[in-house]
Design a protein around this ligand. Structure first.
Ligand code: ATP
Ligand code: MN
Length: 463
């Protein structure tokens, strides 16, 4: 007897071999001919294994007939070719053991389509559905692929802190971290004495590991981070989470052009990687979520990416004659509707927008010679909009210090970041790729809450 997972049995199980499998009942049908058909899923793949249980089995009444949707089973049986259409094999049960029963009257996941809104209220059970099982497997494959891409190219994976004292992107989206007794602080109503706090100063959850990654890039050459990031975004959009995962490569001796090459190379690699490894799950998304998922992926996996300047993007938007909700003009930030218009209607492929006005980007981006724009790059893809934000970093000490003062930042707070320019500075670049936005693009799922196991968004912290 071979203990196996459903994936192994479906991909090369031996006819006539005896297998032991364990999993959860997706559905059961009892035929008049004296058999029950059980669709068993164990999460190893999207497909179920069909189990045939004869009513002559001694445990038929007690175990098989109580195997309702959602219950867990152990089955021992012999693999046969299946006469049924749509499946090659089936397992003829010799023994069926009900491990974890389910009360069918209260089990919330019946064998029908549930809305994503409803499934979010049962985030602990939704991985048992086809969609969320497939998302989890794709997310896993993408994560593995990301490490593979960087490891094969000599990048060093580094771990940057989750609790930090600096705010990389400008205030307003920070979660504060404290060990102070908030009730005490609230009652006093005076200014908070942070010297009493654990770190002796204000602390917050990181919004980016970039600055720390820069320190390591300027020693190890090429590094990347891959970890959780926190932003107290108090907006309910389909593309923002309060806790999300970000991949941040940082490269020394690399300008914006090199940065674009790494970003494009990474995206192409990942799209090919999932097309190869997640065929069944992608077909499922293509069928049930968005009919353009696979064709779009194939397009961006090998096709080219348009690189345009911000100034050109604004021109294209102004000339479009299209009515946008938000105003377009040089110096204003591009909104999601603008990004999607450019991506989906003008170019119909991913675009990389570079050279943004300095006033809408952070102080650390390298100033261009025009003194008006910075060497920023945002990568936009159809349906999702921005998935990558990056830049060449300002590597000149004087310019960086001046930009800090201009944007109201005290250089003393960033003494160590300035030191990186004082000692052995080098041109360097990097970017942040949002894992969830990438998974949204790959799966076609329109809401970011459905591509992370337990989403954190305003008002939601149940699980
Ligand atoms: P946006 O304009 O969409 O809010 P951003 O300009 O704040 O993005 P960056 O600070 O450049 O984004 O962060 C890098 C990447 O992290 C983004 O391109 C995106 O993929 C992802 N990202 C940013 N904020 C969030 C969020 N709240 N939830 C999920 N992913 C995010
Ligand atoms: Mn943002």
């Amino acid at each position: 007897m071979v203990r196996a997972r459903v994936l192994e049995i479906l991909n090369g199980g031996q006819i006539g071999e005896r297998y032991e499998v364990m999993g959860w009942v997706r559905s059961r049908r009892d035929s008049k001919a004296g058999f029950s058909f059980i669709d068993l899923n164990d999460g190893s793949c999207l497909s179920n294994l069909q189990i045939i249980a004869d009513k002559e089995l001694p445990e038929y009444e007690d175990q098989v007939l109580r195997a309702y949707t959602g219950s867990s089973l152990r089955v021992v049986g012999v693999l046969n070719e299946s006469p049924a259409r749509g499946q090659a094999v089936e397992l003829k049960a010799e023994r069926v053991e009900l491990i974890g029963p389910v009360d069918p009257a209260s089990y919330p996941l019946q064998k029908k389509r549930h809305s994503f809104e409803f499934l979010r209220t049962i985030a602990h059970l939704r991985p048992r559905t086809n969609t969320f099982g497939a998302v989890a497997r794709v997310r896993n494959a993408v994560s593995y692929g990301i490490h593979k891409f960087f490891q094969d190219r000599g990048f060093v994976y580094i771990h940057t802190p989750i609790i930090t004292g600096s705010d990389c992107e400008g205030a307003g989206e920070l979660f504060h971290v404290t060990s102070l007794d908030l009730e005490e602080v609230a009652r006093k109503g005076e200014e908070i004495d942070f010297s009493q706090d654990l770190f002796g100063r204000p602390a917050n959850l990181t919004v980016s590991g970039q600055m720390e990654a820069e320190a390591y890039a300027l020693a190890l050459g090429k590094v990347y981070t891959f970890g959780p990031t926190f932003r107290a975004e108090n907006s309910n959009t389909s593309r923002h989470l309060a806790e999300f995962w970000m991949i941040e490569p940082e490269m020394a001796f690399c300008d914006l052009k090199g940065n674009i090459e790494v970003a494009r190379g990474l995206l192409r690699f990942i799209f090919n990687w999932v097309l190869e490894r997640c065929e069944e799950d992608l077909k499922f998304f293509n069928r049930f979520i968005d009919q353009t998922v696979v064709s779009t992926l194939e397009l961006v996996a090998n096709g080219d990416y348009e690189v345009i300047t911000y100034t050109r993007a604004v021109e294209l938007l102004s000339e479009s004659g299209k009515k946008f909700e938000f105003h377009v003009g040089w110096g204003l930030d591009l909104r999601s509707e603008h990004e999607r218009y450019l991506c989906e209607e003008v170019f119909n492929k991913p675009i990389i927008i570079i050279d943004y006005p300095k006033d809408i980007k952070p102080f650390y981006m390298k100033l261009n010679d025009d003194e008006k724009t910075v060497r920023a790059m945002d990568v936009l893809v159809p349906r999702v909009g921005e998935i990558i934000g990056g830049s060449e970093r300002e590597d000149r000490y004087e310019v960086l210090e001046r930009r800090m003062r201009e944007t109201g930042i005290n250089p003393e707070d960033y003494w160590w970041y300035l030191d990186l320019r004082r000692y052995g500075s080098a041109p360097h670049s990097g970017f942040g790729l949002g894992l969830e936005r990438l998974i949204q693009f790959i799966t076609g799922l329109s809401n970011i809450r459905d591509v992370i196991p337990f989403p954190r968004t305003p008002g939601n912290l149940e699980f």
